[in-house]
Design a protein. Structure first.
Length: 318
């Protein structure tokens, strides 16, 4: 019989192994925690997981939120990496395009033009890829305004997209005024009158009244133009608008052979702006119709002295 069979020392080595095993497990847990803390960026993993979800399910509400909150640089900064992976996503294209438009407000010169062209590029591509819904009206408006800000060469496109915004239910107090102004500058006077009349009903803005009167004049609707101009001249406090209105009124009077009235009106223009070349040019034309060529040529020479490139005065004198 083994005298050590029931000895308490017989199992001691096994207890030592158990303690060692527990120690190693605890050490591994602690080491893993330390490693995770030092080498694994949990936040980075979370962000990657969220971004994968957004790509898989086209969930870009966070970009839309930035746009609504006015964080336009964030829209561009965080939207472009997603767009690189989903280059045909219409929402991303429109959101980024709209952001570039609003960013352009804080820029000038070439930088502003670059931002506006980027806005146009992204929005137009986004519109091509999107089904026609009322949700697009905001994009149409911003696209039209981007073209409008680029100047006269783009007014036709500005009017086209702003009209699409209007036809899709977009509401903005300046929409009819801007479309009407574009058509006026393009020489499409009937369309200009239609839009400016609506703008006139919604606003007493002096510029709206002036361009409506000018469009009526160019469309040879002299009665309407005459009434609008006289009303504007008597009511406006803006000297520059009053001058333009007086000048337009004097041309109507000239065209209707009311030469004395035209001369009196032109003199009012010169009281406001004594260096107005157009006023001296018209004054010369009035004298010409009255048969006083000496006085006519004197006025044309004065116009040319003020503006050496005045086409009308050059044609009359040479």
């Amino acid at each position: 019989m083994n005298m050590y069979h029931y000895s308490k020392y017989l199992y001691k080595p096994k207890k030592g192994k158990k303690k060692l095993l527990i120690f190693l497990v605890v050490l591994m847990i602690i080491g893993g925690g330390i490693y995770s803390f030092l080498f694994i960026d949990i936040q980075s993993l979370y962000i990657k997981a969220v971004n994968i979800y957004r790509l898989l399910f086209n969930d870009y509400r966070f970009i839309e939120g930035y746009l609504e909150d006015g964080n336009y640089n964030l829209v561009i900064h965080e939207g472009l990496p997603f767009l690189e992976k989903r280059p045909l996503n219409d929402k991303l294209l429109r959101y980024i395009g709209e952001a570039y438009y609003f960013v352009s407000d804080g820029l000038s010169g070439e930088e502003q033009k670059k931002a506006l062209f980027k806005s146009i590029q992204y929005i137009r591509k986004g519109l091509v890829l999107t089904e026609l819904t009322t949700a697009l009206r905001n994009s149409y408006y911003i696209l039209g305004m981007a073209y409008f800000k680029l100047g006269f060469d783009y007014y036709e496109l500005a009017a086209e997209y702003l009209r699409k915004a209007q036809e899709n239910g977009f509401k903005n107090k300046n929409l009819y005024r801007i479309i009407g102004y574009c058509y006026y500058r393009l020489g499409i006077y009937k369309e200009a009158i239609d839009f400016l009349k609506v703008a006139r009903k919604n606003s007493s803005d002096d510029l709206v009244r002036l361009y409506l009167a000018l469009a009526l004049k160019e469309n040879e609707q002299y009665n309407g133009a005459y009434q609008e101009l006289n009303s504007l001249i008597s009511e406006t406090a803006d000297e520059s608008i009053k001058k333009e209105a007086l000048m337009a009124l004097s041309w109507i009077e000239y065209d209707e052979e009311r030469l004395d009235e035209a001369m009196s009106t032109v003199e009012k223009v010169l009281q406001i702006d004594k260096n107005n070349a157009d006023a001296y040019y018209l004054l010369g034309n009035i004298y010409e119709r009255k048969g006083d060529l000496i006085s006519a040529r004197k006025q044309w020479r004065t116009a040319l002295k003020i503006n050496p490139k005045h086409i009308g005065a050059i044609d009359k004198l040479y």
